[in-house]
Design a protein around this ligand. Structure first.
Ligand SMILES: [Fe+2]
Length: 137
C-alpha cells in the first residue's frame, strides 16, 4: 500500500528503487553496499567504488558569490571527468559544465545574489560513474 501523502516525485523514486531492488536477489541486496543501489556515490557511501572517493568526490567552495567545483581527478583520453552539475535548495538547477579530456575538471558558477542554503554538486567520471556532495552556504 502506498501512503496517500507521497508526492508524485517520491512515488517515482519509490517505484524506481523498488524495481531496482526487486531485480536483485535478497541475499545479494543484503551484501551490497548501500550507495543508493550503486547509482549515486558519496564520500561516506562509495558503494562498489570504495577506494575511489579521493579522486571522484567533487570539492565545492564559495567565495564572493561564486561557487567553484573541482574534482581532484587526472584527465586523459581514456579516463576523465565528463561533467559537473549544480543544484540549489528545493531542486533549483543552477548549471552544468562539460569537460573534454584536455580540460581540467574545474567549473565556476555564479550563485544567486545573497543565496543562503544547500548547494549540491555532482561529478561524473567516464569510468567511475556519478558522485555527489553538498555544502551549505
Ligand atoms: Fe575515474
Amino acid at each position: 500500500m502506498i501512503p496517500v501523502n507521497l508526492h508524485r516525485r517520491d512515488l517515482a523514486k519509490t517505484a524506481l528503487f523498488g524495481a531496482a531492488a526487486a531485480a536483485f536477489p535478497a541475499a545479494a541486496r543484503a551484501a551490497a553496499p548501500s550507495a543508493q543501489n550503486n547509482v549515486i556515490f558519496t564520500k561516506d557511501d562509495p558503494g562498489h567504488w570504495a577506494g575511489k572517493e579521493a579522486a571522484h568526490v567533487p570539492v565545492a567552495t564559495v567565495a564572493g558569490g561564486m561557487l567553484t567545483v573541482k574534482t581532484p581527478h587526472p584527465m586523459s583520453e581514456e579516463h576523465f571527468i565528463v561533467s559537473h552539475s549544480v543544484v540549489l535548495d528545493g531542486g533549483k538547477y543552477l548549471g552544468r559544465a562539460v569537460f573534454t579530456p584536455k580540460d581540467q575538471p574545474v567549473s565556476t558558477h555564479a550563485l544567486p545574489a545573497g543565496y543562503k542554503g544547500k548547494v549540491t554538486v555532482t561529478s561524473t567520471c567516464n569510468l567511475h560513474d556519478f558522485w555527489l556532495t553538498s555544502i551549505t552556504v
